[in-house]
Ligand binder design. Structure first.
Ligand code: UD1
Ligand code: CA
Length: 461
């Protein structure tokens, strides 16, 4: 439906966000793992907009490097002279464009696709020059008020600071989201001045301009929550809670059990298969993908991981950029660092740390072990307290271990070192040389027993 119309999106994201009291530009604060501005930006893509242009100013370089250049383009508003001025900054970039200009705000993350589609449909159907979203709220403080005539037509938007006492009591507010007719909107903006309480060029004045020219202004009343703007940290938390609820509802709808959805922190792009169970206070971040039938117990923090089916991750485990094959069991309190790849049926127990480690099927380390920069075959058993000594103070080296190796407790592998298949490494060994297939390697000093030594020494004292 929307694909057939030419729509160009402009996202206003130049403001400082003073009330955030932050060194980070407001639109880069995150909810559900994405910066605020990414939400409207991605929405414009799902809508099939033919271009998405961001007006940036405060933290422009940071905003641009966060969102990247391949999907979006940018114009700089070097001085923040108001929302009307901000849109005018996009004029040159949109010369020759004569479709619908969709204006979104970088600090309104909860807006949904269906709402925008309905607005664009209404805009097209009514042949309006301006269509805006409004909401009726309990407390309209700070928002622009929607002024309507006796026939219910929107005649003007009055900003809080410019409003009369009567206007201040209006509870219908301007959401700051619009569909405009281009290029008309740019010509009309040229006539908008800054003679107001804030000496700013108000985008909202475009409504009066349209009315003066006898053009159609449409307004669609939507759910207030959806158009909530983020100006401070408590609004950030409020919006984050709404987003979490949306994400969690969807997951439950798709067959995932969340023991306590109010305490499940799952980023927007995370995928979880059906019949998986997520316990409270679990954080699943970034691009994490979890298969079906998995159990993720309390306090697990997982970032950018790929987890197969029927995997059990026990409490307090921290995993990043790792792949966990089907049927593996991790934790409690395991630390899987980037580059860990477990082929399947693996067991990584408590206080085990892995990094850049490939473990083939069935290999396990149940307790107190460090496996880093290692290539490990199938069905290898690491005893308690095994360490791959991968770092010589200058370089990192690889430990290679074949299939079916049994590693006794308290073994150190001084890398680079190769351990042949079917070998057995005696407990307490420090392995500095390669071990051939099928060999027993022991590297520890021989035990000496001195009979009667204790009694004799006690007598001397
Ligand atoms: C604006 C509207 C108000 C509406 C409210 C909804 C105007 C004059 N007022 O007010 O009617 O109720 O949004 O949230 O439009 N920005 C720029 N450059 C600027 C100024 C702002 O890029 O020079 C950007 C901001 O980064 C932000 C958006 O525009 O993303 C809105 O600006 P903001 O200052 O928050 O406007 P409000 O005062 O909230
Ligand atoms: Ca605002």
């Amino acid at each position: 439906m929307t694909e057939s119309r030419q729509i160009a999106a402009v996202i206003l994201a130049a403001g400082q966000g003073t009330r955030m009291k932050s060194t980070c530009p407001k639109v880069l604060h995150q909810i559900s793992g994405k910066p605020l501005v990414a939400w409207p930006a991605e929405l414009s893509e799902t809508l099939g907009c033919h271009s998405t242009l961001l007006v940036v100013g405060h933290g422009a370089a940071e905003v641009q490097s966060t969102l990247g250049d391949h999907r979006y383009s940018y114009v700089l508003q070097s001085e923040q002279l108001g929302t009307g001025h901000a849109l005018l900054c996009a004029r040159e970039a949109l010369v020759g464009f004569s479709g619908t200009l969709l204006l979104l705000c970088g600090d309104v993350p909860l807006l949904q696709q269906e709402t925008l589609e309905a607005m664009l449909e209404m805009h097209a159907a009514t042949k309006a020059s301006v269509t805006l979203l409004t909401a009726v709220v309990d407390d309209p403080t700070g928002y622009g008020r929607i002024v309507r005539d006796d026939d219910g037509r929107v005649t003007a938007i009055v900003e809080q600071k410019d409003a009369t006492a009567d206007q201040l009591s209006i509870t219908e507010i301007n959401a700051g989201i619009y569909a405009f007719e281009a290029p008309w909107v740019f010509e009309a903006l040229l006539s908008v001045g800054n003679n107001n309480a804030q000496n700013e060029y108000y985008l909202t004045d475009i409504v009066e301009a349209a009315n003066h020219q006898g053009r159609t202004v449409g307004a669609m009343i939507v759910d207030a929550e959806e158009v909530m703007g983020i100006n401070d940290r408590s609004q950030l938390a409020e919006a984050a809670a709404v987003m979490r609820q949306r994400i969690n509802e969807q997951l439950m709808h798709d067959g995932v059990t969340l023991i306590d959805p109010d305490n499940s922190y799952i980023d927007a792009d995370v995928k979880i298969g059906p019949d998986s169970i997520v316990y409270p206070n679990v954080h699943l971040r970034g691009t994490t993908v979890i298969g079906s039938g998995c159990t993720i117990e309390p306090g697990v923090v997982m970032t950018d991981c790929q987890v197969g089916d029927n995997v059990h991750i026990k409490p307090g485990s921290v995993l990043a950029e790792s792949k966990i094959g089907n049927g593996s069991a991790i934790g409690p309190m395991a630390h899987l660092r980037p580059g860990t790849v477990l082929a399947g049926g693996n067991k990584i127990g408590n206080f085990v740390e892995t990094k850049k480690a490939n473990l083939d099927t069935g290999s396990q380390a149940s307790h107190l072990t460090y496996i880093g920069d290692a290539e490990v075959g199938k069905n290898v058993n690491f005893g308690c307290g095994t360490i791959t000594c991968n770092y010589d103070g200058v370089n990192k080296h690889i430990t290679e271990i074949g299939d079916d190796v049994f590693v006794g407790s308290d073994v150190q592998f001084i890398a680079p070192v190769k351990i042949g298949s079917n070998s057995l490494i005696g407990a307490g060994s420090t392995i500095t040389k390669d071990v051939p297939d099928g060999a027993l390697a022991i590297a520890r000093s021989l035990q000496k027993n001195i009979e009667g030594w204790v009694k004799k020494n006690k007598k001397k004292k």
